[in-house]
Design a protein around this ligand. Structure first.
Ligand code: BGC
Length: 736
C-alpha cells in the first residue's frame, strides 16, 4: 500500500510555489521523510537500484526512481537497468563542447550557459542528477580523460565549475562534481595508489572541489577509483570526513564511481555514501525482492550504528528535497535540442578555439577567393560525439569540419584526402579498459594515399586545410576513459607527413589541430597558421568555420601548457607516472608552475591565444587591500586593431617576499573584455587575501604572510604586460 505523503498540506503548498528550497527547508523536509523510513528503506537510498537509478522513496511526492545520467557536455542516452547498453528508443540530446574546450573560453558566462543547457536537457529527459562536471587537474598530457576536465590550473577550474554547477542546479537538477580525488590519470585508475603532500593537495588538487562545495553548493560529489595513501577514495576518512564534511561543511551526498566501493561497513564508517554498480552486484547490494542488503545487515550485526545510516540517508534526501523530487515542489521545466541550445553549442565552441599562430596573417580566410580547397586528414569528416566512454552522447546531428566547409563554399570545389602516411593503431580491448595497462592489440590502419598524389592535389588547390590531432576512441594515441594515451607524440608517420606537407610551402596552408590534451608536435615552426581546437560537439565544423572565416574573432586561450616534448613535463622529469604506486614528487609544480621552475620553455605557454586584432593592457590603479579587504585591480584594455574582438586579462601573483617555497607565479583572476576597434574599457579584477595564501602544513590552514606581493597582468602566462606591488600588513590564517 502506498504510504501517505510525508509533508503537511501547508508545507507542501508553500514548497509547490517555489523552485529550489533553501537549505534549512530542504533539511527539515529531508528529516521528516527520514523519520518515516525503516532501516531497509533508508539503505535503499544508499545503493543503486539499477545502473543509473535509486529506488523510489516510500512516501515521497513521486513514485519515480531517482535517475542519474552522465556527463559534462551532454545528457547521455538511457542505459539498461543492469548494464551499459543503451535502451531503445535512444534519446537524442545536444552535445556541447567538451570541458577541455569550455576551459579554453576562460569565460564564466559560457560555463553558466553550458550548465543551464545541461540542466534544461536533464529536466526534459526526467534526469534528476547529472554526473558532471569533472574537475580533475591535468597533471600529465597522457591522461585519457583530460578532454573531460577543465585544464591544469586550480583557479581556472574552480572559477569555471562554479557557474557550471549553478547553471545545472538552477534547473532543479543535482550536479555531481567528480572524481574526488587525485584521479589524474586513467592508467590503472581502478587500482593505483596515490600519495601527495598536504600542501600540494590543498593548493592544486582540491580548490575546484572546494569551490564546487562552498561556492556553488553542489548537491553531489563522486569519489574516484584510485587509492589515496593506501585507502580507496570511496572509503577514505581523511578526504571524505576530514575535508569534505568537517572542513567544507558539504551538505549533499557522496556517490561512488561505478564499482569503486570495495567494502560495506568500513565505507559507511568512513564517510561513504551511495554505492553505485552495475549488473549482479546491484542485486546483491540492494535487492527489494530477497531483502538482501549488506549495509542493513552490517547495522544488524552492530558494525554500523543506525545513526550513521541516518546521516548518510539524510544527505540523499537533502539533495532530493533541494531539487523538488522529494517534496513535489514545482520544478523548472526543461527543454532539449532547441535551436537556442544548438546556437550555444556553436558559439561556445567558436569562443573556445585558440589561434596559436597566424604568422603571415593568413587567417581569416576570404571565402570569395577560394575556388579549390583541399582538406587533408580523414578526421576532418569523422564524427566524435558518440565516442569517449561515459561522456559520449547521442546527437540529432553532427557537423564535421569537412561538411561545414563544403556548406560554406557552395561555389568552390572542396575535396577531402587522407595523409600521405600509413598510420597503424593498436587497439585496446575496451572490455578491460579499467584494468591496469590491459592492452589487447588489434591493429588497424588508416586510409592513406601516396605522396605524389597528395602533392598534385595540394598544388592544384588554392587553399590547403590540414586537420590533425587526436580522436576519441580506444586505440593507442586516442583519448578515452579507462586508459591513457600511450605516447605523447602524434604517430611518427603522421608527424613525417606533416613535415612533408608543410615543406611544400603551399602559400595558403592552414593547420587545425584537435585534441583534448597537449600532443607532441615537431612541425609547428613550419606552420604559418595554426588553430588549436578541442572536441566541440555537434556544431564542431560550424564553430571552426566561424573562426576560419572571421565571423568570430578567436579569443580562446590555452588552459594547459603545451610542452615541446614529453620529456619536458614534470611527471616525466620527476618519474612520477606509473600504474601502481605514485607519489606526486613534483609537488605543486604542475603545468606552467613546473616550466617556470625548471626553466624549460614550452612550445606554447599556458594562457596563450591570439586573435585577428591586437590589444593594449595598462594597469590604471589598485583599490582596497586595507583591513583585510580584497585588492581591486583596474586594468584598461584597448583594442588597437581594426576588428571587434575579445581579450582575456590574466592576473598572476608572484611572491618576492616569500618566507616559504612558492611558485614563480600563479593565476589568481581573469576577465574577458569585448571591444570594438579603437575602444578602451576598464576591467576590474579582484584578489582577496586568501587568494594569496599558501597551505601551512604546520597550522593546517591557509596562510597569507605579511609582506609585499607582486601582481602580474598579461595576455598569457608568458606575456606579462604590466606589474605592480601590493602590501599585506598582517599575517592572516584562513581555516579553510
Ligand atoms: C566514470 C564516471 C561515470 C560513471 C557512470 C565511470 O566509469 O568514471 O565518470 O560518471 O562511470 O557512467
Amino acid at each position: 500500500m502506498k504510504k501517505p505523503i510525508l509533508l503537511s498540506a501547508t508545507v507542501l503548498c508553500a514548497f509547490a510555489a517555489q523552485a529550489m528550497l533553501d537549505d534549512d527547508e530542504a533539511l527539515s523536509a529531508a528529516r521528516e521523510a527520514l523519520s518515516r523510513l525503516t532501516l531497509r528503506e533508508k539503505t535503499m537510498l544508499l545503493a543503486g537500484s539499477g545502473t543509473m537509478t535509486l529506488a523510489p522513496v516510500p512516501g515521497a511526492a513521486t513514485d519515480r526512481e531517482w535517475t542519474m545520467s552522465d556527463s559534462s557536455s551532454t545528457v547521455r542516452a538511457s542505459l539498461e537497468r543492469w548494464g551499459w547498453s543503451y535502451v531503445e528508443p535512444q534519446e537524442e540530446n545536444t552535445k556541447l563542447p567538451s570541458l577541455s574546450a569550455l576551459a579554453q573560453t576562460w569565460d564564466v558566462e559560457w560555463a553558466r550557459k553550458h550548465g543551464e543547457v545541461l540542466g534544461a536537457e536533464c529536466r526534459d529527459r526526467g534526469v534528476d542528477q547529472l554526473l558532471g562536471p569533472g574537475v580533475n587537474i591535468m597533471r600529465t598530457p597522457l591522461c585519457g580523460r583530460n578532454w573531460e576536465y577543465l585544464g591544469e590550473d586550480p583557479v581556472l577550474a574552480a572559477k569555471l565549475c562554479v557557474p557550471f554547477i549553478k547553471g545545472v542546479q538552477s534547473y532543479d537538477v543535482a550536479a555531481t562534481v567528480k572524481h574526488f580525488c587525485l584521479n589524474n590519470q586513467e592508467l590503472a585508475r581502478g587500482s593505483v595508489d596515490t600519495h601527495v603532500d598536504d600542501r600540494t593537495l590543498n593548493e592544486i588538487y582540491l580548490p575546484a572541489f572546494r569551490a564546487a562545495v562552498k561556492e556553488a553548493g553542489v548537491l553531489a560529489i563522486m569519489t574516484s577509483y584510485n587509492k589515496i595513501d593506501g585507502v580507496w577514495a570511496s572509503e577514505n576518512k581523511y578526504t571524505q570526513k576530514g575535508i569534505l564534511r568537517d572542513r567544507w561543511g558539504f551538505k549533499g551526498f557522496v556517490v561512488t564511481d561505478w564499482g569503486g566501493q570495495h567494502t560495506t561497513a568500513f565505507a559507511a564508517m568512513n564517510g561513504g555514501g551511495v554505492e553505485m554498480h552495475r549488473g549482479d552486484r546491484i542485486r546483491r547490494i540492494y535487492n527489494p525482492k530477497t531483502g538482501a542488503c549488506p549495509l542493513a545487515e552490517a547495522v544488524e550485526r552492530g558494525e554500523v550504528p543506525v545513526s550513521t545510516v541516518d546521516e548518510m540517508a539524510l544527505r540523499t534526501l537533502f539533495a532530493m528535497a533541494k531539487t523538488g523530487f522529494l517534496t513535489g515542489a514545482k520544478r523548472k521545466r526543461g527543454e532539449r535540442n532547441t535551436p537556442e541550445h544548438q546556437r550555444i553549442a556553436r558559439e561556445e565552441g567558436a569562443e573556445s578555439i585558440v589561434l596559436l599562430k597566424n604568422d603571415r596573417g593568413l587567417l581569416p580566410l576570404d571565402a570569395k577567393a577560394m575556388k579549390k580547397v583541399l582538406v587533408v586528414g580523414m578526421l576532418a569528416d569523422e564524427k566524435q560525439c558518440r565516442k569517449g566512454g561515459s561522456a559520449e552522447g547521442n546527437t540529432p546531428y553532427e557537423v564535421t569540419l569537412f561538411a561545414a566547409l563544403t556548406n560554406r563554399l557552395p561555389h568552390a570545389e572542396v575535396k577531402l584526402m587522407p595523409f600521405c602516411a600509413k598510420t597503424v593503431h593498436a587497439e585496446t580491448d575496451a572490455t578491460n579498459a579499467t584494468e591496469a595497462g590491459a592492452h589487447v592489440e588489434m591493429k588497424t590502419e588508416e586510409a592513406y594515399c601516396s605522396e605524389d598524389e597528395l602533392h598534385a592535389a595540394a598544388m592544384a588547390a588554392d587553399t590547403l586545410v590540414v586537420f590533425t590531432g587526436t580522436e576519441l576512441g580506444v586505440q593507442e594515441n586516442m583519448e578515452s576513459e579507462g586508459r591513457d594515451r600511450v605516447e605523447f607524440d602524434l604517430p611518427s608517420q603522421l608527424q613525417k607527413a606533416m613535415h612533408t606537407i608543410l615543406d611544400w610551402r603551399h602559400p595558403r596552408t592552414i593547420v587545425i589541430s584537435r585534441s583534448g590534451t597537449p600532443v607532441g608536435y615537431t612541425w609547428t615552426d613550419k606552420a604559418d597558421a595554426l588553430l588549436k581546437t578541442s572536441y566541440l560537439g555537434m556544431e564542431e565544423g560550424n564553430a571552426i568555420c566561424d573562426v576560419l572565416f572571421g565571423d568570430v574573432n578567436p579569443c580562446g586561450k590555452l588552459a594547459q601548457t603545451w610542452p615541446r616534448r614529453y620529456e619536458d613535463t614534470a611527471v616525466a622529469q620527476c618519474g612520477t607516472y606509473n600504474a601502481t604506486n605514485i607519489t606526486y614528487n613534483e609537488r605543486f609544480y604542475v603545468g606552467y608552475r613546473w616550466h617556470d621552475k625548471s626553466g624549460i620553455v614550452p612550445l606554447f605557454p599556458f594562457g596563450h591565444g591570439l586573435g585577428y586584432t591586437t590589444f593594449n593592457m595598462e594597469l590604471e590603479g589598485i583599490d582596497g587591500g586595507r583591513g583585510g579587504e580584497p585588492f581591486t585591480l583596474r586594468v584598461a584594455v584597448e583594442n588597437t586593431g581594426s576588428r571587434r574582438g575579445k581579450e582575456v586579462v590574466q592576473v598572476y601573483a608572484a611572491y618576492p617576499d616569500a618566507k616559504v617555497e612558492r611558485c614563480a607565479k600563479e593565476l589568481k583572476a581573469f576577465a574577458k573584455v569585448d571591444l570594438a576597434p579603437g575602444e578602451t574599457k576598464t576591467a576590474k579584477l579582484s584578489i582577496s587575501l586568501r587568494d594569496l595564501a599558501y597551505w601551512d602544513e604546520f597550522n593546517h590552514s591557509f596562510r597569507t604572510d605579511a609582506g609585499e606581493y607582486e601582481v602580474l597582468i598579461g595576455a598569457s602566462s608568458a606575456d606579462i604586460r604590466c606589474k605592480a606591488r601590493v602590501k599585506v600588513d598582517d599575517t592572516r590564517f584562513f581555516a579553510d
